[in-house]
Ligand binder design. Structure first.
Ligand SMILES: [Zn+2]
Length: 170
């Protein structure tokens, strides 16, 4: 888990089932650098920062991140000030997301997926992890392609949003 002092709270984020692929440049400016695993994407709002108003990416080196625990916040890699996470990118990894979302049509909280214990070390066969008698489907990024959620749809309110990754071996 990354250490930040934000209050926990629900977050607004895109539909996690709707993914888009983004071209990844081999070399790029520091504030747009991506890394294997989880990459939080936002816009720096610090007027004193040289990339204020621009897209910024924070690389998360952990295998697990509870985004609601940090209230959907991230740090600008240049000025280290916090800003809202607008999207999440994944690179060269398997990823699994679980939590609780709010269904505005039925006015109910709906849990989705479940935690995969020690996902970073789990055996994955044909896109599935097998836990006891359960088969859980996991997501896989195309090799050397950066993927994130499609920003065209409406955002969903997530009461709990936890990401797990297993990075590809080199
Ligand atoms: Zn900044």
């Amino acid at each position: 888990m990354i250490k930040v002092n934000y209050k926990p709270g629900p977050i607004n984020l895109y539909n996690i089932g709707n993914i888009q692929e983004i071209k990844r440049k081999k070399t790029c400016e520091k504030h747009l650098a991506t890394n294997k695993g989880i990459n939080l994407i936002g816009f720096c709002e610090n007027k004193k920062c040289k990339v204020c108003g621009q897209k910024v990416i924070q690389n998360i080196y952990d295998f697990k991140l509870d985004l609601t625990k940090i209230n959907g916040k991230m740090k600008c890699p240049i000025c280290k000030e916090s800003c809202d996470v607008n999207n999440i990118g994944f690179f060269n990894c398997y990823y699994h997301i679980y939590g609780t979302q709010f269904n505005s049509k039925t006015d109910t909280m709906e849990p989705f997926n479940e935690e995969i214990p020690h996902f970073e070390n789990a055996a994955i066969n044909n896109g599935f992890v097998i836990i006891k008698d359960k088969k859980i489907k996991v997501n896989k990024t195309p090799k050397n392609k950066f993927v994130c959620f499609n920003e065209s749809g409406d955002k969903i309110l997530y009461i709990k949003f936890i990401i797990q990754v297993k990075k590809f071996k080199d």
